[in-house]
Design a protein around this ligand. Structure first.
Ligand code: OSB
Ligand code: MG
Length: 374
């Protein structure tokens, strides 16, 4: 496909509610959007890097830099025929997976539109609805958290995930389980514990959690495998899984029994599909994680979640939980059964509200191909 323009924008979007994890509080997102124009079509990508390099080493600023100085010019200089060619085009740049995914996912969007099929169909999706869960941040008190859970259960969400850290764990689980003995409940530590906390982590087994997500170091497999031997509750890895090889290592070492797939964390659709397939072939279920995305990133997550092995409810939920006004039309909504219906129009299936995007933009740059040296 011919690349006519790559336009990178930074938008500021305040969250409806602050979101607190073991590594910090987010009140406003600084979101990077890539708009790629190709032969009359427009594809959109969203960078899932955080404002600060706390979830991974990438940040809004590092991704901006990588795209403007390296990845954007590479893509413009060597236009891909398919989204699946992006990893090869970007291969000389190490890491920077969230930056790479921003561009690769926009190319898949264009490819689906060119084929006249939905992004879900292009990826090989098999579902027309996906099951949804919510990820609930750390609150200032347990009663406040209970009120949030009550609201999300009433809205229909099928699984509640609680962010946890030392001091915000077993007492919280105990109060939640007492009130709702039968709901599907999980927790996510974002690497807040160490192996010396193993005796404490084993007490989580009492709360019938669906999984414990990333309890130990962000880059670890070995200590998670030692911990998993002591736990009845499945460990789910998020941060540790950067690609298919990581998934194979984690499965082989029994570091986890479930994998969270995030498009940005693994570098885009190609690698996300590879992780999905590797897990499926080995009987490991996956689900789609979230990174507080706007409607653009959310629409990519929705399409990915239609693949066959996404059997567990993901963290992909309604726009209104995050934004007063989302940048896509229609907004993403969740039914009272806790499901998102998959759009069947060509591409992502949610229009970008370009006027609103333009109004929210604080920085914009058009990227060109490398200058050809004669
Ligand atoms: O670990 O899943 C995570 C948000 C920011 C960084 C890391 C994580 C999260 C979430 C939020 O859990 C999921 C969402 O609702 O988008
Ligand atoms: Mg997580």
């Amino acid at each position: 496909m011919r690349i006519d323009a790559i336009i990178l924008r930074e938008l500021h979007l305040p969250l409806v509610r602050p979101f607190e994890t073991s590594f910090g509080v987010t009140r406003e997102r600084r979101i990077l959007l890539a708009e790629i124009r190709s032969e009359g079509l427009i594809g959109w990508g969203e960078c899932t890097a955080g404002e600060r390099p706390f979830f991974s080493g990438e940040s809004t600023d590092s991704a901006w830099q990588a795209i403007v100085s390296e990845l954007g010019p590479m893509l413009a200089s060597e236009p891909p025929a398919h989204g699946g060619e992006c990893p090869r085009i970007f291969r000389q740049v190490r890491d920077n997976r969230m930056a790479k995914a921003t561009l690769e996912n926009a190319i898949w969007d264009i490819e689906a539109q060119r084929e006249g099929i939905s992004l879900s169909q292009l990826l090989g999706g098999v579902r027309d609805v996906i099951p949804c869960g919510v990820s609930l941040g750390i609150e200032s008190s347990i009663p406040e958290l209970l009120a949030v859970i009550e609201k999300e259960l009433a809205a229909g969400y099928q699984r509640i995930k609680l962010k946890c850290k030392p001091g915000w764990d077993v007492e919280v689980f105990d109060r939640v389980r007492n009130r709702w003995p039968a709901i599907t409940l999980s927790c996510d530590a974002n690497s807040a514990y160490k192996l010396r906390d193993a005796d404490h982590l084993v007490t989580f087994d009492a709360f019938d959690l669906l999984m414990i997500e990333q309890p130990l170091w962000h880059d670890d497999f070995y200590y998670h495998s030692m911990l998993q031997k002591r736990l009845n509750t499945p460990i789910c890895l998020d941060e540790s899984i950067r690609n298919r090889r990581d998934a194979l290592a984690a499965i082989e070492m029994e570091s986890c029994r479930i994998i969270n797939i995030k498009l940005g964390r693994v570098g885009g659709f190609s690698e996300a599909i590879a992780v999905h397939n590797a897990a499926q072939e080995r009987g490991i279920p996956v689900w789609c994680g979230g990174m507080l995305e706007s409607g653009v990133g959310r629409s990519h997550n929705i399409a990915l979640s239609t693949l066959e092995n996404f059997t567990l409810p993901g963290d992909v939920s309604a726009s209104a939980r995050y934004w007063r006004e989302d940048i896509v039309e229609p907004e993403i909504t969740v039914s009272s059964a806790g499901e998102i219906a998959i759009p069947d129009s060509p591409g992502r299936g949610y229009e970008v509200r370009t006027d609103l995007v333009e109004r929210l933009t604080v920085r914009k740059e058009t990227i060109r191909a490398f200058e050809m040296v004669a």
